[in-house]
Design a protein around this ligand. Structure first.
Ligand code: SF4
Ligand code: SF4
Length: 309
């Protein structure tokens, strides 16, 4: 084969990879979410992905942030709940793999270090439960606050929660900090004199420091452990993981093509540590699977494919 033909086939192979399509979809999604920058108005759409309600240019809303705000405003959050249910039933956690802006940020950070930090399966199995605890705590705070505001019982509950009251998770969310707070700070810095900046740093609020510390920790973790936020901490991911097992979308592994013995390529590339080879081959919908299809891409015999329904 000539050199030109070899390069052409390399380019063709690159563009035919599912991973390339996924990256393009993730970048297009984040551009669409920020299409307000190009004068597009916001759309009446809520998605269960880690984004923010805190910026002007957004076109779609973050369902979990809206759920907290609606509970705080004593409105039943049927729209955010419908968004979670519909997406989970039809697509499972596929938006995590293909659309979520914070998922994209973690994927990009994953490229910084070639070798990932390995956790034992026992540690992983323990840590995956942390996100359900976080989801439970946030819902408990939001629901009890709504009940207290509606009934007038436990006066002072809202005051005790302070800045966390309207949206306890969003007030500390690393995605809100990254996509809304940080750009606002950077643009404010550009318009501030050095004296005012020094004075501002001295009086900067503890909540802001907490937000920044959480964001930096999560981003550094993502460099060492792929999708660590999604696997262990994300409350959106927890709600979707819970519903993922009932999803129409799943994966199947053709037992005639899969050489299983001696080959664990699919398991090794999976960023979510899904035990693919131990799951039913006809169809599997593991709570942690984000349908990134890295396993399907990596399988040399093309034994793994999406299955719907
Ligand atoms: S688990 Fe959370 S952060 Fe990760 S992709 Fe899903 S919604 Fe986004
Ligand atoms: S099982 Fe496959 S599709 Fe699911 S998260 Fe792992 S690599 Fe991605």
């Amino acid at each position: 084969m000539t050199e030109a033909k070899e390069s052409a086939s390399r380019v063709k192979r690159f563009f035919w990879r599912i991973e390339t399509a996924r990256k393009i979809t993730q970048f297009l999604s984040i551009i669409l979410f920020n299409a307000g920058l190009f004068g597009v108005g916001s759309w009446p759409i809520l998605l269960p992905v880690m984004y923010t309600l805190g910026i002007q240019q957004k076109t779609v809303g973050d369902a979990f942030a809206m759920l907290q705000w609606m509970l705080h405003d004593l409105v039943f959050p049927w729209l955010p709940l419908a968004s979670f249910l519909l997406v989970a039933v039809f697509l499972g956690r596929a938006l995590c793999g293909w659309v979520c802006p914070f998922g994209l940020v973690q994927d990009l950070l994953g490229y910084v270090k070639k070798k990932r930090m390995e956790l034992s399966m026992r540690t992983h199995d323990l840590l995956v439960n942390v996100k359900y605890v976080i989801l439970g705590i946030i819902l408990l705070i939001s629901v009890t606050l709504a009940l207290s505001l509606a009934t007038g019982v436990i006066q002072g509950y809202k005051a005790a929660l302070g800045a966390l009251a309207p949206a306890p998770f969003s007030a500390l969310s690393p995605a809100d900090t990254l996509f809304a707070v940080l750009p606002t700070m950077v643009s404010a810095l550009g318009n501030t004199s050095l004296d005012a900046l020094a004075a501002g740093i001295l009086v900067v609020r503890p909540l802001l420091w907490a937000r920044l510390a959480i964001m930096v920790t999560i981003l550094v973790l993502a460099v060492y452990i792929p999708r660590s936020w999604c696997k262990y901490l994300c409350p959106h991911g927890a709600a979707l993981a819970f519903l993922n097992r009932f999803s129409f979308l799943g994966l199947k592994r053709d037992p005639l093509k899969c050489t299983k013995a001696g080959c664990r390529t699919c398991v090794e590339v999976c960023p979510m540590y899904v035990p693919i080879l131990d799951l039913p081959w006809e169809k599997f919908t593991d709570p942690e699977c984000i349908y990134c299809l890295k396993c399907a891409d990596a399988c040399t015999t093309k034994a793994i494919k999406p299955k719907f329904p």
